[in-house]
Design a binder for this molecule. Structure first.
Ligand SMILES: NC(=O)c1ccc[n+]([C@@H]2O[C@H](COP(=O)([O-])OP(=O)(O)OC[C@H]3O[C@@H](n4cnc5c(N)ncnc54)[C@H](OP(=O)(O)O)[C@@H]3O)[C@@H](O)[C@H]2O)c1
Length: 248
């Protein structure tokens, strides 16, 4: 199951899982894009796809997801969708902040609680929660998003420990920038060491079973070490702020 699968990294996760022979439950708001992804993957890999047109900001998505997944042995849960209010925090609108909390924070918890108990009963499965290098330190002008990504990293790490005795592996994918439609619309610029969404998806799935936190890409891993371990918090926030402080 991929939540946020109509384009970008989510569609890349779907394609990578399909290439590994897995049937899919794909969720997003734009049904026509989901249908295109589903048609391409069924045609290319001979798998089955169920599409769920739902808004992850609405907690009712859980019932739609549970109904689409009924009768299936869901083995992998990927919570990929996210919303990022941009610009100075004091200028962020209340609806934008609420959407980020609903989609980025409440959504992954509800999805895990809906689908993972059955995986525990079967004694196997995997969960990927999408985080970001932005979540390793405060990120000015992307503050709510960065805080929500830190939340996902910590949630995944906690669940990695809690669920491993049930046979479930959990990983937080702390991705760096990727040229997805969402990224290109908001930021437009390419940065050194960028992975394609396809490469990031492939490496993240390969990283399952290798620990609770994964940073895809060598340059991104070096960045994570610099920002998370070598620099003081003050310096790390200043460095990132020089790059994101003009985001509006
Ligand atoms: N791209 C990057 O540079 C980058 C870097 C680090 C981390 N990440 C993380 O990687 C993940 C994917 O990023 P991306 O750039 O591929 O995002 P994206 O291009 O903006 O795509 C987001 C996907 O999530 C879906 N989605 C968003 N809000 C939704 C909602 N309320 N309900 C249902 N579906 C929703 C979108 O589909 P619909 O619009 O059709 O609903 C789309 O399929 C995110 O968690 C992001 O934080 C991205």
């Amino acid at each position: 199951m991929v939540a946020g699968a109509s384009e970008g990294l989510g569609a890349a996760f779907a394609a990578e899982l399909a290439a590994r022979g897995m049937n899919l439950v794909l969720l997003a708001r734009r049904g026509h894009l989901l249908a295109e992804v589903a048609e391409e993957l069924t045609g290319r890999h001979g798998i089955e796809v169920r599409c769920v047109v739902a808004d992850l900001a609405d907690p009712a998505f859980v019932e739609q997801l549970a109904s689409a997944a009924s009768g299936l042995d869901v083995g992998v849960v990927i919570y990929n969708a996210a919303f990022a209010p941009l610009g100075p925090f004091l200028d962020n609108s209340e609806p934008g902040i609420t959407e980020a909390v609903d989609v980025n924070v409440r959504g992954p918890m509800l999805a895990v609680q809906a689908l993972v108990p059955a995986m525990c009963d079967r004694g196997r499965g995997a969960v990927v929660l999408m985080s970001s290098l932005s979540g390793l330190q405060g990120t000015p002008h992307i503050a709510v998003y960065a805080a929500s990504k830190a939340f996902n990293t910590h949630l995944a790490e906690s669940l990695w420990y809690e669920l491993r005795s049930h046979g479930i592996d959990v990983v937080a994918c702390c991705a760096g920038a990727m040229p997805t439609p969402g990224y290109l619309k908001n930021f437009g610029k390419k940065v050194p060491g960028m992975l394609s969404p396809q490469e990031a998806a492939r490496r993240t799935l390969d990283a399952l079973g290798r620990g609770p936190r994964f940073v895809p890409g060598t340059v991104n891993r070096m960045t994570a070490v610099l920002m998370g371990r070598l620099l003081s918090r003050r310096s790390a926030v200043r460095v990132i702020g020089r790059s994101t402080g003009d985001v509006t």
